[in-house]
Design a protein around this ligand. Structure first.
Ligand code: FEO
Length: 395
């Protein structure tokens, strides 16, 4: 990525990763990502805010060379995860006078993860400011988005918030600032779903903490920058709220068509009752799409055949993820089939320990669903409709 000025004496110096398709060897990245780093030339001190993934270290180094600087005084580490901190050792080697500015917890993690010498740090407190001459950095602790050491940095005079992962999006784009809000909304929602959703309660507190800051620009460490901050702040307000939508998501697997018949019938039954239905065939879906649907849906109905006396392993994987992501889903149920027995139902419901859901009576049928089973699916759809009505999800 070229060096680009975002405001006078503040530059974007990070890297675009067009080809990356998996993060943490877990999260699909259909649109790649960026690792944004920012160079602030204060009248007295030069600061780098975050670095890049180690695979893109050379791009950062070249950008710093192109920026015409001879020294770096501070490297702000908002987050210890390697996609932002991984190039810190290289920067400290090239700019030996640089000190890493971070909180004590992040310092410990950088010492552990990257073997940075403890003497290289200056630790900062929550709310503490550091002057760069004509510019001032303020540090705001914001732990658990999504690691325990995370913080935000606010550049007072320019009214820029550098929130690192928070409010970001995995989107490789040559746009410096958001130009296509619809596209970025999808990428940011996927990012929230996969990374931030389990920490919804913490994020609520952090957004409350920054609500009185004057913010003209948000410069995250993934995806394009926001010069209309209310766009992403309003999206987050919606996602972290307790409001759910009149939607049922149905992650499913079918081996020989019995569960598939149930899902097809059930989807129609929901549509007839004006409830949005989102089936996800787990052999085909991108698991990120399922995570995104979990951000808003009122209800999840898991559909599985019985294999090796339990749920299909792909369903186990999806349920494990859904449970780990802690969505605000209010109701859950299970449908599916079995040939001769097993504990599919108990094993699935036993995995939903993190979800504060009411379980609606499940329906597991023997073999291919018969008319009575289909009638039971109508009753399940009726029950979901009633629950959505009672909770004002259907108005
Ligand atoms: Fe972008 Fe948590 O790292």
């Amino acid at each position: 990525m070229a060096v680009r000025e975002i405001k006078p004496n503040i530059y974007s110096v990070g890297a675009i990763d067009w080809d990356r398709r998996l993060f943490d060897e877990l999260i699909p990245l259909p649109d790649g990502t960026t690792y944004n780093a920012y160079l602030i030339k204060g009248s007295e001190k030069i600061t780098l805010v975050d670095t890049v993934d180690p695979t893109k270290e050379n791009e950062l180094v070249n950008n710093l060379k192109k920026s015409g600087i001879n020294t770096i005084d501070y490297v702000v580490a908002n987050h210890a995860e390697q996609d932002h901190s991984g190039a810190i050792p290289k920067i400290l080697e090239l700019y030996p006078n640089a000190k890493v500015l971070t909180n004590p917890r992040c310092k410990d993690m950088l010492v552990d993860l990257l073997l940075v010498a403890a003497g290289k740090f200056i630790t900062v407190n929550d709310g503490e400011s550091i002057s760069l001459g004509d510019k001032t950095l303020e540090f705001i602790y914001a732990p658990w988005v999504h690691w325990p050491e995370t913080m935000l940095t606010y550049l007072k005079e320019d009214k820029i918030l550098f929130p690192c992962d928070l409010l970001g999006s995995h989107l490789a784009t040559s746009d410096l600032f958001v130009s296509d809000e619809a596209k970025v909304y999808e990428s940011a929602k996927r990012y929230y779903a996969e990374i931030m959703m389990p920490f919804r309660t913490n994020i609520k507190k952090h957004l409350e903490k920054i609500k009185n800051l004057e913010i003209e620009m948000i410069a995250p460490s993934h995806g394009p920058l926001y010069n209309r901050p209310e766009f992403i702040l309003n999206a987050y307000k919606d996602w972290i709220s307790d409001e759910v939508k009149n939607e049922v998501i149905i992650p499913y697997i079918s081996m020989h068509g019995s569960t598939r018949r149930m899902v097809d019938y059930f989807v129609e039954a929901l549509i007839k009752r004006n409830i949005a239905a989102k089936p996800f065939n787990l052999t085909k879906t991108d698991i990120g799409e399922l995570a995104m649907a979990l951000v808003d849906a009122a209800t999840i109905v898991i559909a599985s055949p019985t294999v090796l006396a339990g749920p299909h392993p792909s369903v186990v994987y999806a349920v494990f993820l859904a449970n780990a992501l802690r969505p605000k889903t209010k109701f859950a149920s299970v449908i599916g089939s079995y040939g001769w027995g097993g504990k599919m139902l108990e094993q699935i419901t036993g995995m939903l320990t993190n979800l504060k859901v009411e379980i609606i009576a499940p329906l597991v049928v023997k073999g291919y669903p018969k008319e009575g089973d289909l009638n039971s699916l109508d009753r399940l759809a009726d029950e979901i409709h009633k629950k959505h009505k009672e909770q004002n999800i259907i108005r």
